[in-house]
Design a protein around this ligand. Sequence first.
Ligand code: NAD
Length: 256
Amino acid sequence: MLKGKTALVTGSTSGIGLGIAKALARQGANIVLNGFGDVEGPKAEIAALGVKVAYHGADMSKPAEIEEMMKYAAAQFGRVDILVNNAGIQHVARIEDFPTERWDAIIAINLTSAFHATRLALPAMQQANWGRIINVASAHGLVASAEKSAYVASKHGIVGLTKVTALENATSGVTCNAICPGWVLTPLVQKQVDAKAAAHKVSNEEAKKLLLGEKEPSMQFTTPDELGELAVFFCSAAGNNVRGVAWNMDGGWVAQ
Ligand code: NAD
């Protein structure tokens, strides 16, 4: 379905980003990976799906590096048809204790980076009259939790950016939508499981149940593969007129 298209997925060396990159690759899209840590493993996983894969290590908190990455992606494969703004970080603390540099980093990586990547990707998409921008927000883009001020602000912000991007391109073949996962068991959430296990002096398995029990009626983690399939839907012809939605995949979290 996506043969000949190019997808750039930020923060795709791990977790949800890698899951989405693999789902798009399974549909034939060439992939540009981004993120820190092990690069060769994710590159090999994508190449094994029979598509071309490239990597750029831009730090998404640095606008100049985002600009270089967008130029690199276009030079590799012609243009970016699908942009997935996924890179994100978390920090948990009450507002009065929140380290100001953590606030700045979360807003830069979770929100401002999406603005830069989007503004740089749009002109080629508009010229081709086809494009998909998918922002990975969160259930925290729709509702709040205590001790996550920067994260909740960034995710509500990216839901707003999603709507504006969708509206400004509403008469074209360029769509923009957000995915709002509940708990997904990635390194980002494992840290919170570990913190809960330590705080309550319980096992890892019990800490996972505590975490799920607070928010998710389904008592199940959403998986990167499931989120990848939602991204594939947004890229499909059936998604042509889906514009500006913030679609939760959250085990019933925000239905409560
Ligand atoms: P993760 O920690 O597994 O992956 C984060 C990715 O972002 C990694 O590839 C990492 O290298 C990259 N990254 C971090 N800082 C970066 C930077 N400055 N520049 C470039 N890349 C950077 O986390 P995840 O759980 O897969 O999270 C991915 C997205 O999904 C985030 O936006 C997160 O907020 C969102 N999300 C996660 C959950 C969850 O439960 N895990 C729920 C809702 C939303």
